[in-house]
Design a protein around this ligand. Structure first.
Ligand code: UT7
Length: 326
């Protein structure tokens, strides 16, 4: 048994193809779909996103992010004894992207691997599961990854969704520690809202039944998100015996700057304490939080010893928060 699970290394990866809003608007115009940089920036805060090449899968993005996280932790891939990948865009129906990643990393120690499917809340779910497994003594060095290729499931004839998402991956190494690391978490779901954000298609009898493309009622998701995120933050702080004033950094799911501003306002946090990458990455679903965390670590914003609150929200409807000491 161990007291804590602590993040000892972070990594991230964005595929090289970057599209600004103007680039995307020009591509959509060829399909007769009208949008503009002005609309996208004003409604979402997004200025650019990255799209993976057609032959690049979530496991490829996860591999690059994982290599960085493993190097930052000062360990080797063989030291990893648990892999959890949060993704809604797995390489295959099965096996898991985590199994594919284990093989690509050359890990031959037989460690357990599995995917977590909680859409944009996937990383906070995966981190909470890994934390529990480490504290229970089931693992000592977990690799926890969020990796997505949402470009594959976008409907480029639907301007209300296709301008919002991007591809990428983020990873952390989470190790058993006597020093404080993850302090508390708070996870939720309400399955009565399945239909407001989904990819309804499924494989059956050798065919795809239903649409394999993302559909979203943006306003419904927006309203639910701003209604739950500050409550999850407070519940997590309560469990750790801390208050809003103790938060050094808020790293929310990067979907829309207006949702982040609303949460920050409710928590009485200045936007200076909020890590924002949505402008450059768009919404990368389960990858958005570990991507933002890695950027904040590498650019010197997030430092060792600081309290960081991670918050996820998305399809399911799912939401949750993780409070940790770096
Ligand atoms: O990661 C999971 C979590 N997901 C989210 O957090 C997404 C939450 N929702 C949102 O971020 C926002 O609801 C959106 C960004 C999706 C939409 O913003 P909105 O302020 O709710 O806009 P709206 O849907 O009310 O649309 C306003 C107008 C409409 O035109 P009319 O009916 O007023 O004439 C839309 O047709 O904007 C139009 N519109 C666009 N115009 C230009 C919708 N998409 C576009 C577009 N370009 N891409």
């Amino acid at each position: 048994m161990t007291s804590y699970a602590r993040i000892t290394g972070t990594g991230s990866y964005l595929p090289p193809r970057r599209l600004t809003n103007n680039d995307l608007a020009a591509e959509l115009a060829q399909r007769g779909i009208e949008t503009s940089d002005e609309w996208i920036v004003e409604r979402t805060g997004i200025r650019a996103r990255h799209f993976a090449a057609p032959d690049v899968g979530s496991s490829d993005l996860a591999l690059e992010a994982s290599r960085q996280a493993i190097e930052a932790a000062g360990i080797t891939a063989q030291d990893i004894d648990l892999i959890i990948v949060a993704t809604s865009t797995p390489d295959m129906v099965f096996p898991s992207t985590a199994a594919i990643l284990q093989n690509k990393l050359g890990i031959t120690n037989g460690c357990p691997v599995f995917d977590v499917q909680a859409v944009c809340s996937g990383f906070v779910y995966a981190l909470t599961v890994a934390d529990a497994m480490i504290r229970a003594g089931t693992a000592r060095r977990a690799l926890v990854v969020g990796a997505e290729v949402f470009s594959r499931i976008l409907n480029f004839n639907d301007r209300t969704t296709c301008v919002l998402f991007g591809d990428g991956a983020g990873a952390v190494v989470l190790e058993a520690s006597e020093e404080p690391g993850i302090l508390a978490s708070d996870l939720h779901a309400d399955g009565s809202h399945v239909g407001i954000l989904c990819v309804p298609g499924h494989v059956s009898g050798g065919e795809i039944l239903g649409s394999p493309l993302l559909t979203m009622d943006g306003q419904a998701v927006f309203k639910l998100a701003v209604g739950v995120l500050d409550k999850a933050a407070r519940a997590t702080l309560d469990k750790a015996g801390l208050t809003e004033a103790d938060i050094d950094w808020l790293i929310p799911h990067q979907a829309n700057i207006r949702i982040m501003q609303s949460t920050a306002r409710k928590l009485k946090l200045s936007m200076d304490k909020v890590v924002v990458t949505v402008d450059q990455h768009g919404n990368t679903s389960a990858a958005s939080i570990p991507l933002a965390l890695d950027h904040a670590v590498r650019n010197g914003q997030v430092k060792k010893g600081q309290h960081v609150l991670l918050e996820g929200v998305g399809g399911g409807f799912t939401w949750g928060a993780v409070l940790l000491k770096m």
